[in-house]
Structure formats: C-alpha cells, structure tokens
Design a protein around this ligand. Structure first.
Ligand code: GUN
Length: 293
C-alpha cells in the first residue's frame, strides 16, 4: 500500500507557482489577485477561506476577503459580484459555499463572470469542461486528476466508481475520468443515495472516488485487493485529542481499508491540499489570460 501524499505534491506545486509569479513580477507584471466572498461564520467555510488566503501568500498572490453576516440580502451579494466582475485588479474570485437558505446559490454562481470564475462552477465552465474545451476546471476534481497523474496511476480502461453526484465533485470528476485523456479513459459508474447495491459496484472497482460526506462509509468488505482509493470526505467529527475539539474524517474506514489498497489518500493531507492549490493554479491562469482573453 502506498499513501498518496497530497500535501507534499501541493507544496511542490505552490513552489512552482510562486516561481512563475516571481518571474511575472520581475518582468513588470502585477501579482495575481484572488478575492473570496464569505457569508456568515460557518466553521468549515472560515477554515477553508483562511487556508485559501494562506495559500495566496505562499504563492505570492494578493488576496481580498469580502465578509458578510448571515442576514445579507441576495441583492447585496449580487451587487458585490457585479463590483468584483468589473474590478480590473481582481483576476478571479469565489463565493464560498454553502450560502444561507434565503439566498439562491445558483443565481449567485451564474452572476459571476465566467472569465473570473476560478471555482469553475459557472455553467459555461461546467459545459466547456464536459466537452473537453479550455476552461476553469473546479478545484477538487482538478486536484484529484493531478494526484492520479503525478502518481502515474493507470486509469485507462479501469473500472472507476464515483460515490456521490454533487455538482462540485461527483459529477465533474466522473466526467473527467471518462474523457479521452490521461488520466481518464476509465469506465465510470456513479453511485448515490438511490443506488440499489453500492457494495456490489464498489467490490468490482479498480478505482473508488468517495465524495459522499458520510464518515467511514466505505468499509473493508466493500473493496477488492489492490484498489486505488481517493477519499474526498472531510466531515468534522468530535475529538478529545485536538485543541479545536474536532478532527476531519474521510468517507473511508481508513484503518481497515488501507491495507487492501494499492494506493489511498489520507484525510487530512490527501485531496484537501490539492483542492486549494488547484484554485491557485486557476487564479494564475486567470491572471495570465491563458483560458479566456
Ligand atoms: N464549499 C466547499 N467546497 C467549496 C469550493 O471548492 N468552493 C467554494 N466556493 N465553496 C466550497
């Protein structure tokens, strides 16, 4: 069993990005600038945005966080998005999800100029990705593909089971895994809460990408020997051993499943750091106008 070290790879990519930014600045260019809109005080969202700001510093980017209380109106958010769309100093921005119930999340995503949509959530980017055109590929699926690539995991013709059908992970990663590309060329099955016998699909799989948000869902009896597992789950569970009082738990029962795997990502330190670094990559591409002129 080999552990897929997302943190090590993410650190190396951040150094590559920082070197490229230093060159841009030395040539008289400006630093890439990422903005994040953060609504409310959800612990997970606060942590994610703090990690994104820190990654910006490490990559030599400027960052701006625009904060709102939970009672912000949809109009106020739309006005902020309009401002960010028109701000020539901002290369890309994200609206951290989830948003409060009274806000129409899809309306917010569609208000973002797709040329600044470094999360890759806008329908233009989702559509372009699904037919293999240049676009901002959303961060988590992009990070997963990068891990498979850097570890030279053979995906061609592999039976890949994706657990979860979210717009952020399940659907896009399924689409990328089936594309004519390397990594890609897999035979993909997407399982979800209405799938009749998830266990049966998982047992056949060469690669399992678990993105359910259900801690410890994938158990030893569900996987075959030599399987490759990418665990996207990051559920906060109570813990007496940490200062914060919680720890992150993946969708896989790591302790019992890992010995059967050829490769597996740990939680934390697997997919998470790759997600953040993929957002940095997208922001760099936006600043360089490499996807859209
Ligand atoms: N919430 C959970 N993951 C993400 C992400 O990748 N981007 C944004 N904007 N919100 C999220």
């Amino acid at each position: 069993m080999e552990l897929i070290d997302g943190k090590k790879i993410a650190d190396a990519i951040k150094q590559e990005i920082a070197a490229e930014v230093a060159q841009m600045v030395a040539a008289g260019g400006k630093k890439p600038h990422l903005a994040a809109v953060l609504v409310g005080h959800d612990g997970g969202s606060e942590t994610y945005v703090a990690h994104k700001v820190k990654a910006c510093e490490q990559c030599g980017f400027n960052s701006t966080v625009v904060r709102f209380e939970d009672n912000v109106t949809e109009e106020e958010l739309l006005a902020t998005i309009e401002k960010l769309n028109n701000d020539t100093d901002i290369d890309g921005f994200i609206v951290q999800l989830p948003l409060p119930k009274h806000i129409d999340e899809q309306k917010i995503i569609e208000a973002i100029d797709y040329r600044k949509d470094v999360d890759g959530f806008h329908p233009v980017n989702v559509g372009r990705m699904s037919i293999g055109l240049p676009c901002f590929v959303s961060a988590t699926p992009q990070g997963i593909m990068e891990l498979l690539k850097r570890y030279e995991i053979n995906t061609k013709g592999a039976d890949c089971v994706v657990l979860g059908r979210s717009n952020i992970v399940g659907k896009p990663v399924a689409s990328l895994m089936m594309q004519k590309a390397m990594p890609g060329d897999a035979t993909v099955t997407v399982c979800h809460s209405r799938t009749k016998d998830i266990k049966e699909y998982c047992r056949r799989a060469d690669i399992i990408i678990a993105a359910l948000g259900s801690p410890g869902f994938v158990t030893e009896d569900m996987v075959k020997d030599g399987v490759v597992i990418i665990d996207v789950g990051t559920t906060r569970v109570p813990s007496k051993e940490t200062k914060s009082g919680f720890r992150l738990k993946g969708d896989v029962d790591f302790e019992h499943v890992a010995p059967k795997c050829s490769y597996i990502t740990p939680v934390p330190g697997g997919v998470g750091p790759m997600t953040i670094v993929s957002l940095m990559k997208n922001t760099l591409l936006a600043a360089q106008h490499k996807i859209y002129k």
